[in-house]
Design a protein around this ligand. Sequence first.
Ligand code: ADE
Length: 268
Amino acid sequence: MTLSTQAGGAAVRPLGVLAALPQELGDLIAAMQAESGVVTRTFGRRDYHLGTVHGAPCVVTLARVGKVAAAATASALIHAFDVQAIVFTGVAGGVGENVHVGDVVVGETLLQHDMNCEPIFPRHEIPLLGRARFDADRALAQALATAAERFVAEEGAALAAQFGGALPRLASVAPRVHRGLVISGDQFVASAAAVGVLRALLPDALAVEMEGAAIAQVCYEYGVPCAIVRTISDTADEHASASFSSFLTDIAGTYSTGILKRFLASYR
Ligand code: ADE
């Protein structure tokens, strides 16, 4: 399936863009509708939206929540829609010491923190793949980080004005863009004790979420580049549920819209 053709007639494979929940996609589907119109294909109980957005041919969909949902959706993007790469956007819990609500984390490496086949395989290793850590595509991760840095620099003051009530820190400290290890598991992490366990096992982890490392494993297995960008909605402690819910409702879409707009406009 091809979405468009270049001037010379060569087919352009689309970029797959996904999030777990609709709020995490921001205005992406509306922007696609305005730019090229949207063709929607329903497959495996998911709607795949095909079109061009910010100049980039894309297939946009929702994975829903968790590693199985994410892996199934990544596989469909690769096999039914022939995407050239996959980018995942959404929110995460901050677990790194200096990672705060409102910061952005770009995953350079992804790991499934709930994979444990000890003593048969080392902790976190995916059996028979011989690895626990999966790298994001360096160029895509760099482009996402650049887009996030530009978003924060250009819209930081507006973010503080709009969301300073919920996030007072924004009034005095600009959001930071971090890069490094993002960990995924089929758990919403919501206690300081659970964060302590994750930090003890994985001291370099910056953020925890529920899909990224599953996408990265599927992309590794099929040789498809991928990258993950996450805005920090909570710090995975006892306040996580309330912080996550209000951030998702009020703020997540603004970050995704601002980051994806800049990323897609630069994507060639
Ligand atoms: N996504 C956002 N916050 C999260 C948390 N605390 N645990 C897992 N996934 C999350």
